[in-house]
Structures are given as C-alpha cells and as structure tokens.
Design a protein around this ligand. Structure first.
Ligand SMILES: Cc1cc2nc3c(=O)[nH]c(=O)nc-3n(C[C@H](O)[C@H](O)[C@H](O)COP(=O)(O)O)c2cc1C
Length: 189
C-alpha cells in the first residue's frame, strides 16, 4: 500500500508536519509513505496514480493554500482529473499557519473540494477537539479543534525544529495512521 503526501512548505514548518504524517503512515504494517514536495520540480504522476491514498498539505498563506500547491492542483487536471485516475483513492489534508486560527479552514475546504472533484474519498479526523475544557491543555491531540483535516500552528518567529508544537505533530501522525488504516480497510480480502 502506498500513501503519497503531496505538500508545499515555504520555510519548512509544513514540511515538518508532512514528515510527522509520513511517520504515522509507516506505523501501519505494509504501508509505504512517499513525501512529494511540489517545489521539487517535475511531478511523478505515475507514482501518484499508483498510490492508494494522497494526503495534501500546505501552509495557509493569505487564508488560502499556497500558490505552489494550487499550481499542482491545476496541473493535475490534465494529468489525472480528465480520466479520473484518482477516483476512489483515499484523500486527506493538513495545513499549518502562524495564527492559532489564521483562516486555516479555507485551506482544508479547498483540498476536500479538490479531492471531491477527483472522485476521491475524503477522510477527516475522528478526534474530539483538544484544549476545549477546564482540564484540557495545549498538549492535547487536535488542540486546535479541527475535523476536516489536521490544523497545526507554528510561531512565526521560531524555526521548524521548535515549532509547531509536539501535540500538533502527534495529531499529524494520527492522521497518517488513520489514512493508512482506512486504505487497509478498502483493500480486497
Ligand atoms: C505570504 C504569507 C501569507 C501568510 N498568510 C497567513 C494567513 O493567512 N494566516 C496565518 O495564520 N498565517 C499566515 N502566514 C504565516 C504562515 O502560515 C506561517 O509562517 C507558516 O508556518 C508557514 O509555513 P511554511 O514554513 O511551511 O511555509 C503567512 C505567511 C506568508 C509568508
């Protein structure tokens, strides 16, 4: 089983989240994770076609996915959408931004809508919102309380080896495992 993680990252924070997602994927036996940075150049469309799942990741820039991920989305129209090559693949998403909220939902909505246009099957987070009660803390999984996908937050004055928080990276790993487990459930017996 192959899970591709297609992401963009201007300064490395979202890349760190992508790595955490990949680690979660690899925890599920028999599942390979392939990290694909859209900025790295020519896209291996065949590898994406071979993938059982594609997880999309982007920093939230201006309340949107980054221009580079959007370019990948547009390029996929000819490469994949025109023949619905990704139909019934599992899809999921994550986004990282500087503010706690930062309008991240708009990025996840864009990814989910894109996946729907490709006939993919979107997997969200089955986690209760963290840090939402008197006994909660920022160490909770899903501390930013998202369901459509993973939201992470990186302090704008700190490097990717310090931020986002460990709880965000753990939430990203959780999504990776969940996607890999979902792929396994869809495998023929
Ligand atoms: C052009 C630009 C636009 C940004 N817009 C937002 C935004 O809308 N909301 C937000 O919370 N942070 C915003 N930020 C902050 C980034 O989301 C934040 O620094 C993030 O960690 C960058 O991830 P990266 O290191 O993977 O590029 C913006 C940063 C840049 C450079």
């Amino acid at each position: 089983m192959l899970v591709s993680i297609v992401y963009d990252s201007g300064c490395g924070h979202t890349a760190r989240v992508a790595e955490a997602v990949a680690e979660g994927v690899r925890e599920v036996e028999g599942t390979e994770a392939k990290l694909v940075a859209v900025a790295d150049g020519a896209m291996d469309w065949n590898a994406l076609e071979r993938s059982d799942a594609i997880i999309f990741g982007s920093p939230t820039y201006n309340g949107l996915i980054s221009a580079k991920l959007k370019q990948f989305f547009e390029d996929s129209t000819k490469a994949a959408w025109s023949e619905l090559k990704w139909r019934n693949k599992i899809a999921a998403g994550f986004t990282n931004s500087g503010a706690q909220h930062g309008d991240k939902l708009n990025s996840l909505v864009s990814m989910a809508l894109f996946a729907a246009q490709h006939g993919m099957i979107w997997v969200g987070l089955d986690l209760m919102p963290g840090n939402s009660s008197s006994t909660g803390s920022t160490d909770d999984l899903n501390r930013l309380g998202s369901w459509l996908g993973v939201m992470t937050q990186s302090n704008v004055d700190q490097a990717p080896d310090i931020t986002p928080a460990g709880s965000d990276l753990n939430t990203a790993g959780y999504l990776g495992r969940r996607v890999a487990e979902t792929v396994r459930r869809f495998q023929p017996a």
